[in-house]
Design a protein around this ligand. Structure first.
Ligand code: NAP
Length: 517
């Protein structure tokens, strides 16, 4: 039996307590085990606060950037081995696995390169200084400094590589040691990545630790300078945010939760044009890529009433062409969902949606006797206002067509009913429509992605999270914010307003080259 170990306090350690079994979601074959307890979490924190912090503190941004670039390269060289694990334990097709793995290595390299824009001496200035007194002599300047704490990263099962990579890139570049906790069902990939990271010896001892199994008790041990970055469901996110110790000590907590993402088709869109082609391609990709297990995947497709029939036809044709099966066979373009539990939740969720929708293709019926397969499913709302459509995330290959009256106000009203989203996509070339939609939807969304005739072939779709712009969203989506180039470091840094004589501040803060964006 392959029992996954935790890397804590400088050595690989076996856990104890209840064992959870890891499966190949295509065949249900048992692959390994994770023990949920038995790791000395207090010692792990002490190791990070002692060894990790001191070692990282002795390095410059540039040196830490070099570490991230080296890790990116080393992990990229192991891509094929990692793809195989992602397929076996995550049910990912080769394309899905690359999406996760290249997302990880790309983000590590991005932050590695960003180090070159950070100060080599003096303080890390945050914006320009400003006059605070009667004359310019009394001056104020915001500065950022790494907080002497630990970054606890709790990741969801669907992106074991990217989720870990994007979080550790930001914390390590800031100079803060990390403790990584992967989602259990797909933990084998994060575990292998951790082995490669440790074997590489690129990172100083104490700056990187991995805990498989339960991390919940560590929340009670965190103190004021620590930070938690969580990705997962809004239910778990709320539990973490409400942890009494985190609340009492004001431990920073960034929550990336779920989101009922919307795609909006403008009434101006020509069904034979490039804007429509992007809409169809992106929506179909979101339903089928990673079997719909993306936090950014579209769940509600808002379509002007008159176009509903044409859109349904185009999407059904596209989705039905996707071959579903064991991703070990490269002919299959969509694999299973990640676990038996996920399958149960997806099927139950679809049943709830069926109370207010009709099935255009797919549905919750079992596809195979073995494996956690669900058919890519397109539903059509009988009532676009039904609460369940705006409140229930079915975390699988499923989305619903919702008719609207073609006005930006009506589209925004429906999209915003998700209660706060990670991303919404708008497909239109009508500037007035877009202007109104962007203004009314922006406060409710972390990202708005606009597809128009000019964007065909130019960019990845709205489901892709890019390190240069932020990821996260208000309300339901967790209220958090990650990435966004240098903004991503701020969770791990303290902003301080330094006030005093301008000439003296210049000497104290030194000659920093770059303010934050
Ligand atoms: P989940 O059940 O909420 O678990 C997320 C992580 O939290 C896992 O590592 C889990 O560990 C851990 N966890 C569970 N209970 C905990 C507790 N009481 N204290 C501390 N940690 C705890 O979510 P999931 O099923 O892994 O992921 C799917 C969900 O994540 C979807 O809803 C999706 O929308 C969301 N998601 C959001 C984003 C985003 O960026 N906003 C990205 C990806 C996914 P175990 O696995 O060991 O239980």
């Amino acid at each position: 039996m392959n029992v996954l170990l935790s890397y804590v306090s400088g050595r690989w350690q076996i856990g104890s307590g209840e064992a959870k079994t890891l499966h190949d979601p295509s065949t249900e074959a048992v692959l390994g085990q994770v023990h949920t307890g038995g790791v000395d979490l207090a010692a792990a924190l002490q190791h990070a606060r002692g060894k990790g912090l001191a070692a990282l503190g002795a390095t410059s941004y540039l040196e830490r950037g070099e570490m991230l670039k080296s890790l990116s390269k080393i992990l990229h060289e192991r891509r094929d081995e990692l793809i195989a694990i992602s397929t076996q334990n995550g049910g990912n097709t080769r394309g899905d696995a690359k999406f996760d793995l290249d997302g990880m290595t790309g983000t590590l390299a991005f932050y590695g390169n960003l180090a070159g824009s950070l100060p080599t001496s003096g303080a890390f200035l945050d914006g320009d200084g400003l006059q605070l007194g009667r004359t310019p002599r009394f001056w104020g300047q915001h500065v950022l400094s790494a907080r002497p704490g630990v970054a606890l990263h709790i990741n969801a099962f669907n992106f074991p590589a990217w989720g870990m990579g994007e979080k550790m890139a930001c914390a390590l570049l800031a100079g803060v040691p990390v403790i990584e906790k992967p989602g259990t069902p797909s933990a084998m990939l994060a575990h292998r990545i951790a082995q490669i990271v440790v074997e590489s010896a690129v990172l100083p001892e104490g700056s990187f630790q991995l805990v498989v199994g339960s991390i919940a008790p560590m929340l009670d041990l965190l103190t004021a300078m620590d930070a938690v970055a969580f990705t997962g469901s809004s239910v778990t996110g709320a539990l973490i945010r409400g942890n009494r110790n985190l609340v009492a000590r004001n431990v920073r907590c960034n929550i990336e939760a779920d989101s009922i993402n919307a795609a909006v088709l403008g009434v101006d869109v020509d069904l034979g044009g490039d804007t429509f082609a992007q809409f169809v391609a992106n929506v179909a990709t979101d339903i089928t890529q990673k079997a719909g297990q993306k936090c950014t995947a579209v769940r509600r497709i808002l379509v002007p009433m008159d176009l509903l029939g044409d859109v349904a036809e185009a999407l059904v044709e596209r989705i039905r062409a996707v071959k579903v099966g064991n991703p070990a066979d490269e002919e299959n373009r969509m694999g299973p969902v990640a676990s038996a539990e996920a399958l149960g939740t997806v099927r139950t969720g679809m049943q709830h949606l069926l109370a207010v929708t009709e099935v255009l293709c797919g549905g919750p019926s079992p596809m195979t006797e073995r494996g956690y397969f669900v058919a890519p499913t397109l539903l059509r709302a009988r009532d676009a206002g039904a609460e369940v459509l705006h409140a229930l995330e079915v975390f699988g290959p499923c989305a619903t067509l919702l008719p609207y009256d073609g006005t930006a106000a009506s589209a925004a009203m429906l999209a915003n009913r998700g209660g706060g989203g990670l991303v919404a996509s708008l497909y239109s070339d009508d500037r007035d429509f877009l202007d109104e939609a962007v203004q009314t939807m922006a406060p409710w969304h972390g990202r708005l992605w606009i597809g128009s005739e000019k964007t065909q072939g130019q960019a990845l779709g709205p489901g892709a999270v890019l390190p240069g712009t932020i990821h996260g969203g208000p309300g339901r989506a967790g209220g958090g914010e990650e990435l966004g180039a240098l903004r991503g470091l701020q969770l791990y840094m303290q902003r301080t307003a330094v006030q005093g004589d301008r000439a003296l501040l210049g000497k104290v803060l030194g000659d920093s080259s770059t303010p934050t964006s």
